[in-house]
Ligand binder design. Structure first.
Ligand SMILES: C[S@@+](CC[C@H](N)C(=O)[O-])C[C@H]1O[C@@H](n2cnc3c(N)ncnc32)[C@H](O)[C@@H]1O
Length: 339
């Protein structure tokens, strides 16, 4: 089998403008089979299942990182967003430098591009903190015959990685997150990299936003037609824009890895017809390539409180994002029932 031809054929589905779920899930299955065949080893073993724990969150074990591919819309939208960013930059800068922080064992999100561009057009720096994933990735790159491309694979912690000032990336990609930016290290990775590059560097995702919101009940006929979610207030976001507006990372983080507090007040008129108070995640991958609420595991809303059938005068939600060994948006909810 010509592995390179297969990789190009299979991954072309991700770049197709039209979203065809059947074709997309077939392509995902084929991509997975191809990568597992090249890898040639079972990842569902103790070493593969072990997450790494750090002071600012965890890094997924090799087996789990490989499974991210199965999140169809996540994988499609990231690949499409990266494609758009490359299109935007490729004619201005050659070779384009892409830094991929947290590749997993397969560099799933960037692999589709390597064969589509020459080494004179794009060069890559891959960072992976997990030794097992790092070893597998080197093997995959070699077995795919990609050693002649300009790819630097480093076993490095992206939250501490120093970018060579003479060699700054034009595009930085990282998908090291879960819904509500909990548990993993996306925020720490982006903050570390954002403070080392200029405003012109593209970050993918371009913006990750958390909202306090409400969910209403839906009848069966309404399901799949209208979204039951209503965003009330944005309480946290990670983007180059918000970092530069705060005049740097140092100003964004108040103390002890705490970000600015936010308060959301919802009056009883606004609560009518809603059943849950929720935390919503939305991702702008790049430009108009987005992952909306509930489209992927990364944007699954979290129910903070059931509010159905209660006489509530108002709800106050105090939130603050905190980086710790378990990063999360901390919150407390105050409900007044004077009605
Ligand atoms: C959610 S998986 C995603 C894998 C792959 N990029 C994808 O999108 O399918 C995140 C990967 O990032 C790696 N990672 C997490 N934190 C990291 C860090 N601080 N530095 C380098 N790699 C990290 C994990 O080990 C894991 O392989």
């Amino acid at each position: 089998m010509d592995l390179q031809k297969e990789l190009l054929r299979i991954t072309s589905e991700y770049l197709d403008e039209n979203l065809d779920y059947l074709k997309l899930s077939k392509a995902t299955e084929e991509y997975k089979i191809l990568l597992n065949e090249i890898c040639g080893q079972n990842l569902d073993i103790e070493n593969g299942r072990k997450d790494l724990e750090f002071d600012n969150g965890k890094a997924l074990g090799t087996y789990w990182a490989a499974l991210c591919l199965d999140d169809l819309i996540r994988t499609r939208q990231f690949i499409r967003g990266i494609n758009r960013a490359i299109q935007e930059k490729i004619n201005k800068q050659k070779p384009l430098h892409i830094l991929y922080a947290g590749t997993g064992p397969f560099a799933t999100l960037i692999l589709p591009f390597i064969l589509r561009y020459s080494k004179e057009e794009i060069r890559y720096t891959f960072l992976e903190v997990n030794q097992f994933s790092f070893e597998i990735l080197k093997n995959i790159i070699s077995k795919l015959g990609l050693n002649d491309y300009n790819i630097k694979i480093l076993k490095e912690d992206a939250t501490k990685y120093h970018i060579d000032p003479q060699n700054k990336p034009d595009i930085i990609v990282s998908e090291t997150m879960q819904n509500a930016l909990a548990k993993e290290q996306q925020v720490s990775i982006f903050l570390n990299l954002m403070k080392q590059v200029s405003y012109h560097t593209i970050f993918i995702p371009e913006n990750i936003e958390l909202f306090i919101g409400l969910k209403k009940s839906q009848s069966l006929t309404e399901e799949n037609q209208v979204s039951p979610f209503k965003k009330i207030k944005r309480v946290f976001d990670v983007s180059k824009k918000s970092m530069f507006l705060s005049n740097g990372v140092e100003n964004m983080i108040l103390k002890e890895n705490l970000f600015e507090k936010s308060q959301t007040i919802i009056e009883n008129k606004e609560l009518e017809g809603f059943i849950d108070l929720v935390l919503i995640t939305e991702i702008q991958v790049f430009n108009d390539v987005k992952i909306s609420v509930n489209e992927s595991s990364l944007t699954t809303p979290i129910i903070l409180k059931v509010i159905a059938n209660q006489k509530i005068d108002s709800v106050i939600v105090n939130t603050q994002y905190k980086i710790s060994s378990l990063p999360e948006l901390e919150y407390d909810i105050i409900i007044s029932n004077n009605v």
